[in-house]
Design a protein around this ligand. Structure first.
Ligand code: SAM
Length: 261
């Protein structure tokens, strides 16, 4: 990856990821519900509640790897319902136009459609075009179930650091490492056999779901990822105090946060 060129492997991974999400775009929301029994909704609710958007006044947010807009919609709803805030904005960014297209269609049915509160942008999390995504711009950067699909996590974090304002927050929701060995074994059984099977039945696409399961296994465990966040320049709470991350369902998913000094 040196000299600014992508290695063949990186290019292959980006193409692969793009194909995976092209093929799952229309079935993505249904599959999310089916594979997690709807639990991803609870995790996303908890993620956004923990950020409490709107509390300190309207925020400028960027939701990267935002896909069909699940997080963006929750941010805007939370700010409006809790704080009567109709000025918070979210820019949804994704590398995949088809996922964004599904998000756009979905927002058409909401009160945010055709308002400055939401916009959609096709871009790579690892290299956000500087002409639009300028330095020191956002109060909140979110990335949910997206960073593990990126070839270079440090590049994503570097970009998050660049576009956030001083005092801004980086927040990531991602599948993580299950702590309890018994639960970990059951979860492995479930994800390696049931999820690809559901992928075949509901979406006619076993390989894409197999890839998604494998990408979860390869993602760094909680302390390692927290260190990567700090290495990028963010401040986190202490690992041992639960300040750097919060496990959901024993670590099946996890919320990591960092703030810009
Ligand atoms: N955040 C949404 C959610 O929680 O429902 C979507 C998550 S989906 C599992 C992962 C998303 O990451 C896909 O929409 C995919 O296109 C996007 N993605 C993968 N690699 C990316 C990259 N390098 N830059 C931006 N988005 C990327």
């Amino acid at each position: 990856a040196s000299f600014g060129f992508k290695t063949v492997k990186e290019e292959e991974k980006e193409d692969l990821v793009k194909n995976v999400f092209d093929s799952v775009a229309t079935s993505y929301d249904l599959m999310n519900d089916a594979t997690s029994f709807g639990v991803h909704r609870l995790w996303k609710d908890e993620f956004v509640s923990s950020l409490n958007p709107g509390k300190k006044g309207p925020m400028k947010c960027i939701d990267v790897a935002g896909g069909t807009g699940d997080i963006a919609l929750r941010i805007l709803d939370h700010a409006r319902e809790k704080f009567a805030d109709r000025e918070t904005t979210v820019e949804v960014v994704d590398i995949n136009g088809q996922m964004l297209g599904e998000g756009y269609k979905r927002f058409k049915k909401t009160m945010y459609h055709n308002t400055p509160q939401v916009s959609f942008h096709e871009a790579n999390a690892q290299a956000l075009p500087e002409a639009h995504f300028q330095d020191n711009t956002y109060d909140l950067y979110t990335i949910a179930f997206g960073i593990r699909n990126c070839t270079s996590i440090p590049s994503v974090l570097e970009e998050a650091y660049r576009v956030l304002k001083p005092g801004g927050t980086f927040a990531c929701l991602e599948f993580s490492k299950v702590n309890n060995p018994l639960m970990s074994m059951l979860y492995d059984q479930y994800s390696f056999s049931v999820i690809p099977l559901l992928g075949t039945i509901l979406a006619g696409d076993r390989d894409s779901y197999q890839y998604l399961v494998e990408s979860i296994r390869k993602f760094p465990p909680q302390p390692e990822f927290a260190k990567m966040i700090r290495d990028a320049g963010f401040t986190t709470g202490k690992d041992e105090d639960g300040g750097a991350w919060v496990d959901l369902w024993g670590g099946i998913a996890c919320i990591h946060k960092g703030s810009l000094p």
